[in-house]
Design a protein around this ligand. Structure first.
Ligand SMILES: Cc1cc2nc3c(=O)[nH]c(=O)nc-3n(C[C@H](O)[C@H](O)[C@H](O)COP(=O)(O)OP(=O)(O)OC[C@H]3O[C@@H](n4cnc5c(N)ncnc54)[C@H](O)[C@@H]3O)c2cc1C
Length: 403
């Protein structure tokens, strides 16, 4: 006997989005989450939500995209420097009234708080402290086994339990893909509201004040994100210790920001995708980091996780409506479409990473030559500005998704 139609595992941003998408179909949904209801999520992570993601959230729940825009910051000026010399600068106009902006930047914990509030308003059922250790699929549904407490059963399960997904593992699915070699030190530092810096996204190729390492500055609500790309052979720990951060940050920002740091982490990113996005019984669907992990250049992780959640719920809705014969086809379509989207996203973030690493002499020469001509050839300046984030968005796929 199956208890529920749909259970979502994981109350991260993707699981919460999936739950809201289910409620938008009028069906009940339960989210099970290993953490407690009052948990404080560690780290800072995603700060950049693209317009297309805000639009998907608006489709799921009118007002939700706008609620994120109200809490976020929209920066409209982009600047790029090469060895301290500006090679590109552009300020874009504001979106017309009533139109969503091109993007909004805010801490991931704030995004999650907005999504969680929306879930409560939409009467999503939550089971906190429910650490799933196994998801056992059968032809009728899925049995979720927690480390403590009673098992739950559902016709369909969305595994949104993050990169170490227990759901993925027990469904026999695997993340496949390389770890990148470059290390990055990522620092968030609080804006000084009494004396704010200009609201500009600034990228420095080979910043002369930090041994010609690349440095990216992104403003987001109340803060600055600063990414330092280590040289091969650097010890990332030396750049992420309290003293290390103080030393290099004070070389690239006004000194007071070294005393306003709220979060530091070092990363070597993985570019991995699940070998399939649904299990063999077509009862378990993966979404978000349970299905893919990307380096964050181009901000494709959370953004594409929202698209996964939306398409997964549409497939389950079809499966529940149309009955057994069509159900498998609906889930297979989801798995194929989102697997292909993940491949596109990985290719885009890999391209950005290759550009940033400039590991070959040929790439370094191209970058250097481009910097020389960029001030007089705007198209080249624009390429130098765009390249660290990967290729621009292509057309929407047949599900209407861009990521
Ligand atoms: C430095 C950095 C910067 C980033 N910047 C961006 C950006 O600007 N834009 C962007 O789009 N992406 C960005 N990302 C990626 C983004 O943070 C992730 O894609 C996003 O957090 C994935 O969300 P998720 O809900 O899939 O997984 P998670 O956020 O990991 O949430 C998973 C949830 O599942 C729960 N869970 C785990 N195991 C179990 C279990 N066994 N049982 C029950 N519950 C469980 C966890 O407690 C958690 O609540 C960035 C990442 C990093 C590291």
């Amino acid at each position: 006997m199956i208890d529920r139609d749909i259970v979502v595992v994981g109350a991260g941003p993707v699981g919460l989005t999936a739950a809201l998408a289910v409620r938008a179909t009028g069906r009940p949904v339960t989210v099970v989450e290993a953490g407690a209801a009052d948990r404080i999520r560690p780290g800072s992570r995603a700060i950049f939500l693209h317009k297309v993601t805000l639009e998907v959230l608006e489709r799921i729940r009118p007002g939700l995209g706008w609620a994120l825009v109200e809490r976020g910051l929209t920066w409209r000026t982009k600047r790029t420097f090469f060895r301290g010399r500006e090679v590109f600068r552009r300020t874009y106009g504001a979106a017309p009234p009533g139109m969503l902006p091109a993007a909004t930047s805010l801490p991931q914990v704030v995004t999650e708080a907005v999504l969680l509030d929306a879930c409560h308003d939409a009467r999503v059922d939550f089971v906190w402290n429910y650490d799933v250790t196994a998801a056992q699929p059968s032809a009728e549904g899925v049995r979720l086994q927690p480390s403590h407490g009673a098992p739950l059963t559902a016709q369909y399960v969305i595994g949104a339990d993050g990169a170490r997904s227990a759901v993925r593992e027990s469904a026999g699915l695997e993340l496949e893909g390389p770890r990148t070699s470059s290390a990055f030190v990522i620092v968030d530092t609080a804006e000084d509201p009494a004396d704010p810096l200009p609201v500009e996204r600034v990228f420095h190729y080979e910043h002369p004040n930090v041994g010609f390492r690349n440095v990216l500055f992104v403003p987001f609500a109340g803060h600055w994100r600063v990414d330092l790309q280590c040289h091969p052979g650097d010890d990332p720990e030396a750049y992420s210790s309290d003293a290390g951060v103080r030393d290099w940050l004070a070389c690239v920002m006004p000194e007071k920001y070294a005393g306003r740091v709220t979060w530091v982490s070092t990363y070597i990113f993985r570019q991995a995708i699940a070998n399939r996005f649904a299990d063999a019984t077509a009862r378990i669907l993966l979404a978000g980091e349970a299905a893919h992990v990307f380096a964050p250049f181009g901000a494709r992780g959370l953004n594409s996780g929202v698209a996964d959640a939306f398409v997964a719920v549409r497939a389950i809705d079809r499966a529940l409506r149309d009955g057994t014969a069509a159900a498998r086809a609906a889930v297979e379509e989801f798995a194929t479409a989102r697997g292909a989207a993940a491949e596109r996203n990985r290719a885009a973030s890999s391209k950005a990473l290759r550009h940033l690493e400039a590991a070959s002499a040929a790439r370094r020469v191209v970058r250097h030559a481009a910097a020389l001509v960029a001030p007089s050839l705007p198209a080249v300046g624009s390429w130098m500005d765009r390249a660290p984030y990967g290729p621009p968005l292509g057309d929407a796929d047949r599900d209407g998704m861009y990521y």
